[in-house]
Design a protein around this ligand. Structure first.
Ligand code: IPM
Ligand code: MG
Length: 371
């Protein structure tokens, strides 16, 4: 870019995506006005609405823009009309395909329990108070993408469905490396989760992560768990975890469980990152963990905080603006501490506020923190 501003591609998507992204854009404007962070912002389409509009879930020009963007901020995909789209189209042209095409191998899903929201968790407050963990889920390989896959006819009315679980050494090493690095920047603990007592894929996973630990990251406090025990520990004593690294399908399952520890899916952001190219640039995709929530879309009642916190993650991981990321995270914390509640995090509160009002509260906190 001639003016050196980083490229930010904004894709509202489906369901509540457009409204939480609209509100996040107000926060982005606040940073452009009040801090030295400015962007070249472009917009794109992706999802069900795009499919019905232009016949592709990921239109070509969205993919082009995505390849050039320094960060992509995405709302949600799915909802009304999703089931009508053929499954091959969903697989080859939807979110999964985009993850693959952009090489987004590392999905970073933090789960942080806010003290003020402990009553929203289904677990005892003493179990979840202070939870602050990150699941790094491998996102572009494993059983989600392994070939062969399919459903075949065996005759006599019998069919066989099959998928292939697979990991190569470089695929394991790059996600493990990123996770060790992440741990070093936090409480310096990493737990690798797999099923090495049964699966060859996991045996290789365990051997490779161990090797990397010994060779380059022996300063990191490292442990390993088999996935069933890992799931149990996540519910029994989540505070023992700092960073967890795991494969695609285990990560899909464990990250939903971890999300529920905090009791508030509406609060959880995520980042998906590719490898760096020669110039140090990576593809980076930021999205709230909650989905399209079509049942509440368009009513201005959705919680915008997961989308706003996803923008905070982009400040940290894509825009080299750690101080700004922390500022925004503090503003969100203060807004919640001040008693502002959307319906999803109502807990024992008597009053709830709208999507727009929650954003007002965040911007208020930003103004106060910046004063
Ligand atoms: C997620 C979702 C997706 C996944 C679905 C929508 C394909 O559950 O991002 O966790 O399984 O990866
Ligand atoms: Mg999932």
């Amino acid at each position: 870019m001639a003016d050196n501003k980083p490229n930010l591609l904004i894709i509202p998507g489906d369901g509540i995506g457009p409204e939480v992204i609209r509100e996040t854009s107000r926060v982005i404007e606040w940073f452009e006005t009040n801090r030295k962070v400015t962007f070249h912002i472009t917009h794109g389409q992706l999802g069900v609405a795009a499919y019905h509009d232009v016949g592709a879930m990921t239109p070509d020009n969205t993919l082009d823009k995505a390849r050039k963007a320094d960060a992509i901020l995405f709302g949600a995909i799915g909802g009304d009309g999703y089931e009508d789209i053929p499954i091959e189209v969903r697989r080859e042209d939807g979110l999964l395909a985009l993850r693959k095409k952009l090489g987004l191998f590392a999905n970073i899903r933090p789960a942080v329990a806010f003290d003020e929201l402990l009553d929203a968790s289904s677990l005892k407050p003493e179990v979840v108070r202070g939870v602050d963990l990150i699941i790094v889920r491998e996102l572009s390989s494993g059983i989600y993408f392994g070939e062969p896959r399919g459903i075949e006819d065996l005759g006599n009315g019998i069919q066989r469905g099959f998928n292939t679980m697979q990991y190569t050494t470089p695929e394991i090493q790059r996600v493990a490396r990123l996770s060790f690095e992440l741990a070093r920047g936090r409480r310096n603990q990493l737990c690798s989760i797999e099923k090495s007592n049964v699966l060859e894929t996991s045996k290789l996973w365990r051997a490779e992560v161990r090797k990397l630990h010994q060779a380059e990251y022996s300063d990191v406090d490292f442990k390993e768990l088999i996935v069933d025990a890992g799931a149990m520990e996540l519910i029994r004593n989540p505070k023992q975890f700092d960073v967890i690294v795991t494969g695609n399908m285990f990560g899909d399952i464990l990250s939903d469980a971890a999300a529920m520890l905090t009791g508030s899916l509406g609060m959880l952001p995520s980042a998906s990152l590719s490898e760096e190219d020669e110039s140090g640039r990576r593809n980076a995709f930021y999205e709230p963990v909650h989905g399209a929530a079509p049942d509440i879309a368009g009513n201005d009642i959705a919680n915008p905080l997961a989308a706003i916190l996803s923008f905070a993650m982009s400040l940290r991981h894509s825009f080299d603006a750690e101080a700004e990321a922390e500022l925004l995270e503090s503003a969100v914390r203060n807004a919640v501490a001040g008693g502002n509640r959307t319906a999803d995090i109502k807990g024992d509160a008597t009053q709830t506020i709208s999507t727009t009002q929650m954003t007002d509260a965040v911007i208020d906190s930003l103004n106060r923190l910046a004063a």
